[in-house]
Structure formats: structure tokens, C-alpha cells
Design a protein around this ligand. Sequence first.
Ligand SMILES: C[S@@+](CC[C@H](N)C(=O)[O-])C[C@H]1O[C@@H](n2cnc3c(N)ncnc32)[C@H](O)[C@@H]1O
Length: 238
Amino acid sequence: MSCFSSADESAHYGFSVCMLLQQYREQLGWESAPVVELGTGDASAIADVVAGLPGLRIRSYDISEDSVRRARANVAERGVADRYTVELGDFFDQADAAGGEPVTTAISNPPYIPAPDRDILMPELWGGERGNDLTLQLLKAGYDHVVTAVASYADPVTTVGTAADLGYRVVNFLAMGLDYGPYSSEPKVREQIRRIVAEGRGWAGDDEYMVAVALFTRDPDLPGDRGDQLLHALQLPA
Ligand SMILES: C[S@@+](CC[C@H](N)C(=O)[O-])C[C@H]1O[C@@H](n2cnc3c(N)ncnc32)[C@H](O)[C@@H]1O
């Protein structure tokens, strides 16, 4: 087992979550209800967000023992262990079973590495054949608001289309270009990315791609419908 490590990507995720939570503070209601997170990683980016937003409470889950161990240490070091809890296990088994206060908002930088099978550098990062299996599962889990990273090579066309079919709109997003890291550079992953791009369902340059962290909502009181702009930002026709 290993721990996901990508400083740029984690920083972008943390910054974007912070921006979106602050901008839509009232509508997301996170000051009165906990937020859940799929995939803690080493927790460093979101621990800083929790430290900076005093009303925020997050229950986070990760299937990687190594990640959970490091995450708990980072969360404790930043002094937010009472408001940012980290559990070992599958988000989809545990978050639902946790009970307690109703949760309306989920956040995630989900696993999105596309490959024909799970036998990749870090199997916990496998996102299915097109990379978006866990993103779609999260959108189908019934939360009112989902803040999730969407990668340009992981079939965002299907992700945005499925979200719309489920009644979600894209309220807003923050996009950033990223260079291929070790997980995207693996030959079988590159080959799979090439297939997705050739099918017109994703975008990647020779060694680069785009990631956007987007707020999807089903709440009629939260305006915004930027699905087409999100696809454009990911270099795809809407
Ligand atoms: C791309 S990493 C993101 C980590 C961290 N949020 C960050 O941005 O630095 C995705 C994480 O999801 C975890 N993961 C994969 N499948 C999961 C599942 N079903 N439930 C909970 N965590 C999962 C992986 O172990 C990995 O740590």
C-alpha cells in the first residue's frame, strides 16, 4: 500500500474546495451540518481548509491504510482532529452507515486513473476503464451538493451528461493544467487515455491534461448552469 502524492493537484483541490465552500457558504449549509469526503489521501490540503474555516466539520474515508495513518498524523499536527475525522474503509460502505446528522455535501478528489484493470502503480487510484467510475458513483449517492475533481482524460463528457440526467447543474468550477505525474505516465494508462481521447470523450496533450474542481448541485436555490463551460475548460466541445 502507498499514499497518493501529487503536491500541485492536492493544492488545487484544497484551494478550490475552500473557494467554493466560502462562495456558496449559505446554500451549502456546512456551518450547521458535516461534510463527507471520499478519499482522504494524506489530508494535508483539506486539513488546512478545515483550519481556515472554523465552522467546517468533515468526515473523511480512505481505503489505503498508509494514507489513513499519514492523514491522521497531518490532521493532528494542524490541530483540527476534532473537526476533520479520518476513517479507514470504502466511502460508499461507511459514509452511509455512519448515521447521525443528515449530510448534504460531499467533496472529493476521487481516484480517476483510467486503465483496463486495477493492476496499476497505485491500485487505489483506479477509476475504472474510463476513469470516472467513482465520480459517477458519488453523483448517484444522493447528496444535494457534490464538489469533485473532474479530469479531462477521464471521460468528463459522460460525467457531466450523467450529472445532468441525475438533476445536477454545475454551479461553478476552478480549472488548472497539470503535467502527467507517475500515475498518468504508466504505459497502460497512457494507452487507455489515448483510446478515450480518440473516442472524443476526453482530452490530453502529450504530457498534460486539465483538472477542474466543480460544484454540482441539485438545489433549486443555488443558481448556475455551467456544464458547457466546464467541458470547454477541459478542452472538450460541449
Ligand atoms: C486522487 S487521491 C486524492 C487524495 C486527497 N484527497 C488529495 O487530493 O490529496 C484519491 C484517494 O481516494 C482513495 N480511495 C479510492 N477508492 C476509495 C473508496 N472507495 N473509498 C474511500 N477512499 C478511496 C485512494 O486511496 C486515494 O487516497
